[in-house]
Write a protein that binds this ligand. Structure first.
Ligand code: HEC
Length: 152
């Protein structure tokens, strides 16, 4: 009887531990979250942020292993513009951006310093939901370029 109770206790402990492991695994795999998946779709398929933020090779093709890791733009305005940024920064990981500031930036086009980014960075007017998803996706990325094998 005593042994039975102890075995039951151990079994319960084991079940409890296993449940906790699977919960923490689910939480840590950020790529599985719907917001991150939505953000990836918006960044890659809709807004195509990589046109400017991903470096391109000599043939004008994006270098996928360096996706969103920052680039010198491959185009210039035909007419001179007083304000123009010719480099698009590394936005993988969104270093230096508080989540709330970044969400506001993609909803209004206004950055944490109360100024818009210079053109040609578009002033996006995303919904709060979409801005939150874009930020969740960018924050889920490592700022470092991927190694060659991982490319895509
Ligand atoms: C047409 C080119 C272009 C496109 C498309 C573009 N960007 Fe940019 N982005 C830029 C340039 C250039 C800058 C730098 C502006 C400056 O220095 O003032 C910039 C700046 C930024 C910044 C500020 C970075 C910092 O640390 O100051 C963020 C964040 C950003 N872009 C995110 C995005 C996201 C996300 C998308 C897609 C939803 C996107 N951009 C699409 C060109 C572009």
């Amino acid at each position: 009887m005593k042994l039975g109770a102890r075995a039951l206790g151990l079994a319960l402990l084991l079940i409890f531990t296993l449940c906790n492991i699977s919960v923490s695994q689910a939480q840590s795999s950020a790529t599985g979250s719907p917001a991150v998946a939505r953000g990836k779709y918006l960044v890659e398929q809709v807004a195509q942020c990589g046109d400017c933020h991903t470096p391109h090779n000599d043939k004008g093709e994006p270098i996928n292993s360096q996706s969103l890791r920052g680039a010198s733009l491959i185009f210039k305005p035909i007419a001179p513009m007083p304000v123009w940024a010719d480099k698009a920064p590394n936005i993988a990981g969104l270093r230096g951006w508080e989540e709330a500031d970044a969400i506001k930036f993609f909803m209004t086009g206004i950055a944490y310093n109360d100024l818009p980014a210079r053109p040609p960075m578009p002033q996006y007017r995303l919904s709060k939901e979409d801005a939150t998803a874009v930020v969740a996706y960018l924050k889920s990325l490592s700022p470092a370029a991927k190694s060659a094998g991982e490319g895509k």
